[in-house]
Structures are given as structure tokens and as C-alpha cells.
Design a binder for this molecule. Structure first.
Ligand code: UTP
Length: 291
């Protein structure tokens, strides 16, 4: 089975980032000079996938518009002779063909994936969360597809977290079968302290087999009618097996204020145009704080 499609759920309410996200989708908040979602789309395109399905909701049209042509803007830039900016803006709209599926109520990540069933069909696919950023030499999704191709079973991305933070994440337990590849025995959503020794936390990148859809249908909604993706992953793991992959790279939760700032600092330091200046500025700030 070959992966050709990616699902990007962007229909959440972004309550952790209010009031910034009252009108602006959190996926459109900028990391230096690009919206978060553009980094994620670029990662997916660099991993060889061109078919992207956005799961959207009311108030998220800015995301679809960002990847569409903007006739007025392009004409304006052309008339002003701003050719570099024009090229940059055009490249964004050429990155992908946008397909959008509407999630009519924010009933959780599992539900967001479930509404793409007809578009995804009987194919394996990637799920990449619209607010999870990964800085990596080799795109994270590319690393995961390689593992999927080898094992032909679902693969979820994990990173090690400090033991005292495991209760904030979905945690996997399993046996390492190749460097960084774990055959999962169990997935535990936000484990209570002391209930697991594993520190492998699930992050927002998944390669899933289509058998996830029947598992999602069978998932019993939890608090607020939400369908948890982790519950369906647990069912799929029991049915067919599943792997976790400890990818190389740095992951930032850009849907969270602190993670967003961390991402801006990291991407700012790596930025071709302003990275050097920014590094000097940070040194000055740190020096000033020490005095
Ligand atoms: P989050 O749980 O981080 O998103 O989901 P949220 O619900 O918007 O965040 P808070 O907790 O209220 O701040 C991760 C990704 O899944 C999408 C979100 O848009 C985000 O990109 N999502 C989440 C959906 O598409 N639908 C949902 O029902 C929930």
C-alpha cells in the first residue's frame, strides 16, 4: 500500500490561544514570516505528497485562501515590479491542490479524521496536525513513510518527554524492533503518574491504514461527544498491530503559547535573512537580564 494523500485537521477552536484565535485561525498565526500551516504543507510536499485534504470549519476560510491564487495581490506585485515577492506568493498557490472537507462540529480529532473517509477511500494516508511543527533535516513525514513502506502497518510519530510530563500526552509502550522503531503493545491516553515507565509521547504525525475508519466508527464518544483518535488507534493496534517511530527533529506545539514562542525563536534563528541579527539580539537580551 502506497501513501499518496495527507489529511490536515484544522477545524479546532484553538481555545488555548484566545483571544488571538477569536477571528484568526491558530494555524494562520505566523512563525517568523509564514503561517504555521504553510510549514506543515511544505513538509508534506517535501515528503512526496501532493494531495492534501484540509478538515475545516466555520471561520477557517483564510487557510484555503492562503493556498489559492490571489489575482489582486499578484497583479499589484507585478505592476510594482516586486518580482521576488510575486514569485514567493505564486509558489504558495502552486504547492498543492486544495480539497476541503467540513467538520460541522468540533467533535474531536478522531471525528475530524472520520469526516475524510469518502475522500481518502481505501488508501493509506498521512494525518498531520495543523498546529504541530517539526524542524528536521529530513522531513518528519518522509521519515515516517519510509517506516510505513517497510512494515506496511500504521506508524505514529513519537518523541521522548521527561517522565514528569507523560501525563500530558498519549504514551506508547512497546518493543524496539529496529533503531527508533517500536512495535506498539499499548497506547495510553494521558497516563496517571506512576502507571507507565514509557516516556514515548505521541505527536501530531501519523501514517494510517484505511482500517482506521471502521475503528473510528466503533469508537464511543467521550466527554462533550468528542471522538478521540487515540481510542481508535488502540482498536486498530489490537486488530492489526502498529508501530511508533522516534523521528529525528525538534517538535513544537504551535497551538500552545509557550510552544509557539519556542518555534518562533528556533525558526527565527534558522532564518536566512534575519537569523544572524536575531541571534545577536537574543544574546543582548540574555546579557541584559543577567545584569
Ligand atoms: P487541538 O486539540 O490542539 O486543537 O487539535 P483545538 O481543539 O483547536 O485546541 P484547543 O485545545 O482548543 O486550544 C490539534 C489539531 O486538530 C484540529 C485542530 O484544528 C488542530 O490543528 N482539530 C481538533 C480539528 O480539526 N477538529 C477537532 O474537533 C479538534
Amino acid at each position: 500500500m502506497e501513501i499518496k494523500k495527507a489529511v490536515l485537521p484544522v477545524a479546532g477552536m484553538g481555545t488555548r490561544f484566545l483571544p488571538a484565535t477569536k477571528v484568526i485561525p491558530k494555524e494562520m498565526l505566523t512563525i517568523v514570516d509564514r503561517p504555521t500551516i504553510q510549514f506543515i504543507v511544505e513538509e508534506i510536499v517535501a515528503s512526496g505528497i501532493k494531495e492534501i485534504v484540509f478538515v475545516t470549519s466555520v471561520g477557517k476560510s483564510a487557510i484555503e485562501n492562503h493556498f489559492d491564487y490571489s489575482y489582486e495581490l499578484e497583479t499589484f506585485l507585478a505592476q510594482k515590479g516586486k518580482t521576488d515577492l510575486l514569485r514567493e506568493v505564486r509558489n504558495i498557490s502552486r504547492l498543492i491542490d486544495v480539497v476541503a472537507v467540513r467538520q460541522k462540529e468540533p467533535l474531536g480529532l478522531g471525528h475530524a479524521v472520520m469526516v475524510t473517509e469518502k475522500v481518502v477511500g481505501d488508501n493509506a494516508f498521512v494525518v498531520a496536525l495543523g498546529d504541530d511543527l517539526v524542524w528536521a533535516e529530513v522531513p518528519c513525514v518522509y521519515q515516517m513513510i519510509k517506516v510505513f513502506n517497510e512494515y506496511q502497518e500504521s506508524v505514529i510519530a513519537v518523541q521522548r518527554v521527561p517522565e514528569k510530563e507523560t501525563h500530558k500526552y498519549g504514551i506508547v509502550e512497546g518493543e524496539e524492533v529496529a533503531p527508533g522503531v517500536f512495535r506498539i503493545d499499548k497506547l495510553i491516553e494521558k497516563p496517571k503518574p506512576g502507571t507507565t515507565t514509557s516516556t514515548l509521547a505521541i505527536i501530531g504525525r501519523y501514517c494510517l491504514r484505511p482500517e482506521i475508519f471502521p475503528c473510528l466508527h466503533r469508537t464511543i464518544p467521550g466527554v462533550g461527544g468528542e471522538i478521540q483518535l487515540t481510542d481508535a488507534l488502540n482498536a486498530l493496534q489490537k486488530e492489526r498491530g502498529m508501530y511508533a517511530y522516534e523521528f529525528s527533529g525538534n517538535r513544537y506545539d504551535a497551538g500552545d503559547k509557550f510552544g509557539y514562542l519556542q518555534a518562533n525563536v528556533h525558526f527565527g534563528l534558522e532564518h536566512a535573512e534575519i537569523g544572524g541579527k536575531f541571534r545577536e539580539f537574543l544574546k543582548e537580551v540574555v546579557k541584559g537580564m543577567g545584569s
